[in-house]
Design a protein around this ligand. Sequence first.
Ligand SMILES: [Fe+2]
Length: 421
Amino acid sequence: MKRGPGLALVLVLVGALLFGAAHQRLAVAAGPLTHGPVVGALTHSSARVWFRLAVEAAATVRWGRPDLAGASEVEARLRRAPDGGWVATADLAGLEPDSVYHYQVVVGRRAVARGPVPRLRTLPSPGSETPFRFCLASCQSRAPVGGEAFDRMADLDPLFVIQAGDFGYPNSTDERVQAANYLAQYDPAYGLSRLLRRAALYHVWDDHDFGGNNVDGTVPGAEVSRRLYSLYASHLPLACPGGAIAQSFVCGRSEFFLLDTRSRRLKGVGLLDGLDAAEWSQRGWLLEGLERSTARWKFVVSSVPLHPVLGNREDSWCAFPEEREALIRDVRDHTSGVIFLTGDRHTAMLDDGTNSGLPEINSGAVDARPRRAPRGSYSHGALETAQSNFALVEVGPEAVRASIRSSDDGATLLEMAVPAP
Ligand SMILES: [Fe+2]
């Protein structure tokens, strides 16, 4: 339905007033575009642009090579959001691999944006040896203020960031609480939004953003978390038809497998498939994917750590010792080049597999209160003092180089190189 500019302005004002109590930072002056654009579901040939409008309006995304010469335009799909606004996604297709594009949100024939025109870089094509770098982060509790850690990431120019859970701490499956949390994370004043003007985001949940501390898939309202993830996370096609958020993508000679460590978990029974095992097997999906993959590097994103000492005994892989052992054994027996990317523990450590069972890069508390790592054996060290951190992962044909960086100044705190198999 088309509306005149006068009515749209009134709706913007009313929407801002109604929503303002829960979300003080929404600025009327920003126009109909309140959050985003954010690029997710990035591949070598496609991307999904997500954004939020305060009002229902016909919107498109214009995209093209830098300076938008010969730009294309694609219509956005709007969905009503429980925060009172509208979330929109636009699918960009037919992109060239390893190429920079600029893009703009257009509402009512006018480009709406803050700051410089955002850009994306597509992934190297499958099989390509092009080196690339990405960041790993988890646990952010300060949004919508601060987030300078994401500026330190932007300084390193990553192709994308993997957020491995605790994308805020709503600790609730109430849809309004969850919606307000997503908007806080994407708030234009929060550092993440600055990083996302030039890097793509892949995100899976952990406990606090799925429903609460150490929860499993039986948490009341789990379906709300799933529905809001589908509204607010610009994700890849999901592997499980029933709602788990496991997903994968290929980047050059690397393949990424993002696990859902929460919604199928059942305490005392199983982490990957404790619930609904008959319907679909996440373990089967992962092992078949790893075995079938022709990638040199296979990154497995697990919100919770594999390391037996670093992990929380009630919540991490070590809470499921038999499942953990069997997974490590099967991965080692059937494939090579597997590296776990984990978070959750508000500290950081690097292990080449000597102690974790498989090489593991753990980073947590990108923007939350940090802790020192528990005493234990870590082949390449763990944080001995409490420091907020993220990981930089540099992928090349010879090795994967991981470094744990300070969220404060980007300084290198720990380093590890995993040689190519
Ligand atoms: Fe956390």
